[in-house]
Ligand binder design. Structure first.
Ligand code: SAM
Ligand code: SF4
Length: 323
C-alpha cells in the first residue's frame, strides 16, 4: 500500500483495549472514562482486520493499548497472529507496561513474539508510583525479569520528563546496558487533556548532547521500522534511541497506521481524520468491502502531524490510538 506521499505502509499498530491498570500522568487523566465494552471489536474481529492488512502488504504488527495484556483472552489473539508469521507477516511485537509479564512472557515467546517494548520511566519506586499513579515498580521489574528469562529481546521505553526523571536518564542507560536492553527515549506528545504536560516537556536534542558528554555515542545503522533514531553506546555495547516528534519530527518516512479497539483506523497519530473499519467488517463475511475501506483510508493518509506541546493536537489520549 502506497500513500499519497509515496510512502509504503507496511506497519500496523493495534490498540486492543483503551483500558489500563496504570494512569500515567502524561498519558491519561486521573478520572479517565473508557469506551463501553459493547463498542469493542471482538478478538476474532480484530484478527480478521489484521489478516486483511497482512493480505494488503502489512509485514509488521504491534499490539498496544491501553495495556494490551489486560484485555481478557488477548493471548488467544497473539497466538492466532503468531501463526501468520512467515506467511506475509514478518514480525509480531507488543508494547506493554510490564505489569502482566510475569505470567505472560513465556506465552508471548511461544506464540512467536521475539521483541517487546516495556515502558519504564524510572527505577525509583516512589517516583514510579507518582508517574504511573496506580503502578508498582517491583511488579514491573518482576515482569521485565520474566521477559528476559523467556528469551524475549527487550527495549525499554522511557518518556523523558523535565524535572521528573531527567536526572535518571544516564543511570537508566547504564542499567539497560548492564541488562542488555536497548533504551528508547520519548518526547511527550500533546494528545488528550492531562495536567502539566507542557511544563514537563523535555526536548531530546539537549538530552542527547548531555549524554554525549558522558558516553561515547555514535550514530547507529540499527533501524526497527519505527520512528526512533539510534546511537551505539561504546561503553555498554548497547544502543540508545530517540523519538523526537516535536523537536525533529519523523513524518517523512512514516510507514504506519493505527487501529483502535473499536475498529477506527487513524492514518496519523497527530490528526483527527479516521476511517471506520467496523461497519465494512460487520457488513459482510467476505472481506472485499473491508479491504476496499483500508485502501481508501491509506489513500488519504496525511503528510504529518503539527504538534504544539502547549495544546492537545487531538482530543483523544494516547491510550486510545496506541503508542
Ligand atoms: N500501556 C502500554 C505501555 O505503557 O507501554 C502500551 C500503551 S502506551 C500508550 C505506549 C507508549 O506510549 C508508552 O511507552 C508510553 O510511555 C507512551 N506514551 C503515552 N502517552 C504519551 C504521550 N502523551 N507522549 C509520549 N509518549 C506517550
Ligand atoms: Fe497505561 Fe501505557 Fe498509558 Fe501508562 S502509558 S497509562 S501504562 S496506556
Amino acid at each position: 500500500m502506497i500513500d499519497p506521499f509515496g510512502r509504503s505502509i507496511d506497519y500496523l499498530r493495534v490498540s486492543v483495549t483503551d483500558r489500563c491498570d496504570f494512569r500515567c500522568v502524561y498519558c491519561m487523566a486521573e478520572d479517565m472514562s473508557f469506551l463501553p465494552k459493547a463498542e469493542l471489536l471482538s478478538l476474532e474481529e480484530l484478527e480478521r482486520v489484521c489478516a486483511a492488512f497482512i493480505r494488503l502488504g502489512v509485514k509488521k504488527l504491534r499490539l498496544t493499548g491501553g495495556e494490551p495484556l489486560v484485555r481478557k483472552g488477548v493471548m488467544g489473539l497473539v497466538e492466532k497472529l503468531g501463526a501468520r508469521l512467515g506467511q506475509g507477516l514478518e514480525e509480531l511485537t507488543l508494547t506493554t507496561n510490564g505489569s502482566q509479564l510475569a505470567a505472560q512472557a513465556a506465552g508471548l515467546k511461544a506464540a512467536g513474539v521475539r521483541r517487546i517494548n516495556i515502558s519504564l520511566d524510572t527505577l525509583n519506586a516512589e517516583k514510579f508510583a507518582e508517574i504511573t499513579r496506580w503502578g508498582r515498580l517491583p511488579q514491573v521489574l518482576e515482569g521485565i525479569e520474566a521477559a528476559k528469562a523467556a528469551g524475549l529481546s527487550v527495549k525499554i521505553n522511557m518518556v523523558a520528563l523535565k524535572g521528573v526523571n531527567e536526572d535518571e536518564i544516564s543511570s537508566m542507560l547504564a542499567w539497560c546496558g548492564a541488562q542488555k536492553f536497548d533504551l528508547c527515549l520519548i518526547e511527550t506528545m500533546p494528545m488528550g487533556e492531562v495536567v502539566h504536560r507542557a511544563e514537563t516537556h523535555l526536548p531530546l536534542d539537549g538530552v542527547r548532547r548531555r549524554l554525549g558528554a558522558e558516553w561515547t555515542l555514535t550514530p547507529s545503522r540499527h533501524a526497527t521500522g519505527g520512528p526512533a533514531r539510534y546511537w551505539d553506546v561504546a561503553e555498554t555495547g548497547g544502543r540508545v534511541g530517540f523519538i523526537t516528534p516535536l523537536s525533529n519530527h519523523f513524518c517523512d518516512d512514516c510507514n504506519r497506521v493505527r487501529l483502535t479497539c473499536t475498529g477506527t483506523l487513524y492514518m496519523c497519530l497527530g490528526q483527527e481524520d479516521a476511517a471506520d473499519l467496523r461497519a465494512p467488517l460487520r457488513a459482510s463475511a467476505d472481506d472485499a468491502g473491508l479491504e476496499k475501506a483500508i485502501v481508501a483510508a491509506i489513500g488519504r493518509k496525511p503528510k504529518g502531524h503539527d504538534f504544539d506541546i502547549t495544546r492537545p493536537a487531538v482530543a483523544r489520549h494516547m491510550s486510545l490510538t496506541g503508542g
